[in-house]
Design a protein around this ligand. Sequence first.
Ligand SMILES: Nc1ncnc2c1ncn2[C@@H]1O[C@H](COP(=O)(O)OP(=O)(O)OP(=O)(O)O)[C@@H](O)[C@H]1O
Length: 235
Amino acid sequence: MVSIKELHKKFGSQVVLDGLNLEIQEQGIIAVLGPNGSGKTTLIKSILGMVVPEKGEIQINNKSVLKRWEYRQELDYLPQIANFPGNLKVQELITMIKDLRAKPARDQQLIDFFGLHPYLEKKLNKLSGGTRQKVNLLLCFMFDSPLIILDEPTSGLDPVSMLRLRELIRNEKEKGKTILITSHIMSFVEEMADRIVFLLDGKIYFDGDVCQLKSSTGQADFEHAIAHLLSKDHD
Ligand SMILES: Nc1ncnc2c1ncn2[C@@H]1O[C@H](COP(=O)(O)OP(=O)(O)OP(=O)(O)O)[C@@H](O)[C@H]1O
């Protein structure tokens, strides 16, 4: 589904991606982890065509994505920070995104699911951070694309909403989708991820499941295993 070969990206003199290779051919949940600034968002934005790499190749469904935008119709994206105009009302935003994408949408179902009815006529800049995130999740999940990319989906959510999000992601996985997630919430990653991809020094430093991560780092619990990988950053 996603094939990335020898991807290089610099910002000025700062090398962020340094010949990164990644193959995602399976369905399920893939967590992209790494220290702050390791390039997770840059990798995601490269897949989306929002960051243009200097070198390398990204293919989705065996087609190169560079300067071809149609493939975006087949993916749903939750940005880390969504900057919509603050004076738009929630319902106006939902309608605008539906008009732009022109695909069938299950907005009503997700409005019920996240309890967003009381906020539909409120302006975005009047919402709490968590409610705004629920709106962002609705915008992402209301279309039915086979590839879903979630940059920090848990951001600002209370425990009940976190449970809802887990349920939503699991349902999408059961439909046979591929879901790429970045998160700093390790309990969430441990519970949800089928595969962990850990970025360090512009490359994939670890690629495997939670059990393999624990055994390869010699750590019994997940947070310590991740901390062990992070400590390599300072060697
Ligand atoms: N548009 C840009 N211009 C200049 N530098 C950038 C730009 N985008 C990202 N960077 C730099 O590239 C590096 C990687 O950033 P990126 O956001 O991909 O990291 P990340 O792994 O997602 O970090 P975090 O865990 O903090 O979200 C950082 O040092 C960042 O400052």
